[in-house]
Design a protein around this ligand. Structure first.
Ligand code: SF4
Length: 73
C-alpha cells in the first residue's frame, strides 16, 4: 500500500516570495491566465490584493509549513 499523496499547493512560477507564502491564492481567468492574489490584503489593506511580482521582501510572508517563518520581523 502506498502513502496518500499530499496535494502540493498551487503556485505561480516567477512570483518570488509570494510563490511560497501561505497567503497566496492562484486565480485562473476564463481564458486560462493565472494571477496571484494576496489574501493578507483582507487583513491589512497596506498589502496589495494583487502584488507586483516577483516579490522579494514582505513583512507578512508566512511559509507553508506549520513552523511558519516571518523573514522580516
Ligand atoms: S503576504 Fe506578502 S509574500 Fe505573502 S502573498 Fe501576500 S504579498 Fe506575497
Amino acid at each position: 500500500m502506498t502513502a496518500p499523496v499530499k496535494p502540493t499547493p498551487e503556485t505561480l512560477p516567477g512570483s518570488g516570495l509570494c510563490g511560497a507564502c501561505k497567503h497566496r491564492r492562484i486565480i485562473t481567468s476564463a481564458k486560462g491566465s493565472k494571477f496571484l492574489m494576496c489574501k493578507y490584503h483582507s487583513v491589512d489593506a497596506r498589502y496589495s490584493k494583487y502584488p507586483a511580482l516577483p516579490m522579494w521582501q514582505c513583512a507578512a510572508f508566512e511559509g507553508e509549513s506549520t513552523n511558519s517563518t516571518n523573514l522580516h520581523e
